[in-house]
Design a protein around this ligand. Structure first.
Ligand code: BG6
Length: 510
């Protein structure tokens, strides 16, 4: 590692352990806590990345005690940890630091009890006043929790410690609500204390985008309008909305996936090199590129966007009901479960290069990738092969599953006067042979270390919403869509193919 350039060596933050601290999880009885957060913390403990005295306080309405909470988390870790069933001894020492504080999010006395509990842990477990508050509740509860933390002085730490707050998505549902939430948060906390989470940024393959671009000399000179024909970013899921119909029907693919995850991927692919690998330098460049994206005006949505909603079908051989028949979904719902989008980054590097984004549920495969398609050669030297038979060079960054990077180019077929596409492949599994940590492991650790590089800053979240909100407005003003319009288990509506065909292009077959 010592031969990495300095800023990257610093940025990868090898082997650092946070100071002793307590993580307070609001919404601790919920799915996220048992499925993601506590398995991530447990795996950090397993890898000896947590400080001595590390403690967790779960805060939720259910009248549990510490023992009941520990049991729920144990079941959650057993079911969801990437390292399989828990190691009994390790769990016993990890669980000693786990506590539960029942209370409603708007009850001041519950916060007074929480403050006492935290003070007691500072004494007993030596957590030194260092705290992370994690908002894992439905977003309706955020304003109450933030206000109460402020009212009880929990936005500051005693004994010279630090206090940070992690806020889950969705961060607002349009530009105005995101701005309002930012104001509520920043009335109580300072921006450097605030960690807006987007779990895609914690994925190893996503972190590798910057390493790939900025720690290698050969790709960056090709990374612009002179060489790139277009970019396709796909996040496909082979699941329906499962038990989240109630939430999803008020969200849809544009809010649920594009505003956060795909916009972040776009920003990482299109941004300029930051001046250093430091939280603000990286986020300055991401904000700059988001601001350079041409806004789709409400009256332009038919040209730049395409929507779909899944009908009954089958996924991996199992029947899936249509979206409108899912629990919690309006039977006449106009919510999109598929979206395709064309964006332009209007700056010197990217002017004229379309970025196509698509994301959908109930598609045939779970696959996320970023594909950079390069321009073809200007004339054809090899007369035996007609120009239209030449496939363009494509660099595909495969985010999940089958994590890796593939470069496609043309090669002569041995013994024949023909050219055929071949690939050069890098696969994480083959090259490194170790399982990647889960996104939440990296992000929780970074927050405890005070590193907000992989979290979204206030201006970033607002820049993204300012692109998304006019699209929603345009959709609201458009005629009702002929939903459902694609079968579960297919690659989306035919209108999505037509959308690409209008530009003489096709979606990549994945
Ligand atoms: C979440 C969305 O943010 O990301 C879900 O709310 C989606 O609808 C999920 O399924 C996808 O995340 P991942 O890590 O499985 O690709």
């Amino acid at each position: 590692m010592s031969d990495l350039p300095n800023p990257l060596r610093h940025g990868l933050r090898i082997g650092r352990t946070p100071e002793p601290c307590t993580v307070v999880i609001f919404g601790a009885s919920g799915d996220l806590t048992s499925r993601k957060l506590v398995p991530a913390l447990y795996n950090l403990a397993r890898e000896r990345r947590l400080p001595g005295g590390f403690s967790v306080v779960g805060f939720a309405r259910r009248p549990w005690d510490d023992a009941q909470f520990r049991q729920v988390l144990l079941d959650g870790v057993n079911a969801n940890s990437r390292s399989g069933a828990v190691e009994t001894e390790l769990w016993a020492s990890f669980a000693e630091g786990i506590h539960y504080q029942p209370g409603s999010f708007d009850d001041p006395s519950a916060y007074a009890r929480l403050a006492e509990r935290l003070a007691e842990l500072d004494q007993r477990r030596g957590t030194g006043g260092n705290r992370v508050f994690y908002l894992a509740t439905p977003p309706e509860a955020y304003p109450d929790i933030i206000r109460q933390l402020g009212a009880h002085g929990l936005n500051q730490s005693p004994h010279g410690g630090w206090t940070r707050i992690i806020i889950e998505k969705p961060f607002g549902r349009d530009l105005a609500s995101a701005q309002a939430l930012n104001q509520q948060v920043l009335a109580v906390f300072e921006e450097p204390q605030v960690y807006r989470i987007d779990h895609y940024l914690g994925k190893e393959t996503v972190q590798n985008i910057m390493v790939f671009r900025f720690a290698n000399g050969i790709f960056e000179p090709l990374w612009d309008r002179r060489s790139v024909d277009h970019v396709q970013i796909t996040v496909a899921e082979n699941l329906g909305v499962e038990d989240r119909g109630g939430y999803y029907d008020h969200s849809g693919a544009l809010r649920d996936m594009i505003q956060n995850h795909l916009m972040q991927l776009l920003a990482l692919v299109a941004m300029e090199p930051p001046v250093s690998y430091d939280a603000d330098a990286v986020r300055d460049e991401k904000v700059k590129v988001l601001r350079a994206i041409r806004r789709i005006r409400p009256e332009e949505v038919a040209t730049y966007t395409v929507r779909g909603q899944y009908d009954a079908g089958s996924l991996s051989g199992r029947p899936l009901p249509g979206y409108r028949d899912e629990r919690g979904v309006d039977p006449a719902s106009q919510t999109e479960t598929y979206i395709g989008l064309k964006l332009f980054v209007e700056n010197w590097r990217w002017a004229g290069v379309p970025f196509y984004l698509r994301s959908g549920k109930a598609l045939p495969r779970r696959v996320s990738e970023i594909a950079i398609q390069f321009k073809t050669v200007p004339t054809m030297l090899f007369a035996e092969t007609p120009m239209h038979d030449i496939e363009p060079n494509v660099l595909a960054i495969k985010l999940q599953p089958d994590e890796g990077i593939t470069l496609k180019f043309g090669s002569k077929v041995p013994g024949q006067p023909q050219i055929r596409p071949v690939t050069m492949d890098f696969r994480y599994g083959t090259s490194f042979g170790v399982a990647s940590p889960e996104a939440y492991e990296r992000l929780l650790l970074d927050c405890m270390l005070g590193d907000s590089t992989l979290f979204t800053r206030r201006d970033e979240v607002e820049a993204s919403w300012s692109l998304i909100t006019p699209i929603h407005q345009g959709w609201l003003a458009s005629p009702a869509q002929p939903f459902p319009n694609y079968e579960a288990g297919s690659w989306g509506p035919t209108s999505a193919d037509e959308f690409m065909a209008r530009d003489g292009r096709t979606w990549r077959r994945l």
